[in-house]
Write a protein that binds this ligand. Sequence first.
Ligand code: HEC
Length: 121
Amino acid sequence: MRWTILALVMLCGCAADDIEDTGEAQDPFCGPETPIVTYETFGQGFVDTYCQGCHASTTPNRQGAPEILSFDTETDVLGHAASILDATVPLEGDARMPPNGGPSDEDRERLEIWLTCFVDY
Ligand code: HEC
């Protein structure tokens, strides 16, 4: 999946040509060509749309979602980033969250880019 993103970015010509080659090895997933994804531009909307129906601390019916897993703020999300990635974009097996599907593959990839490349833990 990571190579697919990279290949797509290269194909569409979005890669910045003017970035200096420092000679250092680039992370193949988080590199200069990686589209910028943030909580403000993507993460908050994704979580509100696909997770908060059950995981918000204020939701009237959590449908069994654990109390400890509430994603009300960016801090809440980052505190559970590893579990969120594992449930939503698992390295192996099928995604477990959201239980009934919903997000496109593209949005799942954006989630992965955001939580892998653009947050400081
Ligand atoms: C329809 C309700 C519902 C929605 C929507 C939902 N969840 Fe859940 N979630 C649950 C329930 C119920 C559990 C506890 C049972 C279980 O683990 O399957 C859970 C458990 C989890 C867990 C811990 C267990 C595991 O499988 O890793 C994580 C992490 C999680 N959810 C993340 C998310 C994320 C991220 C989203 C949005 C992309 C999301 N959930 C959307 C109901 C939901």
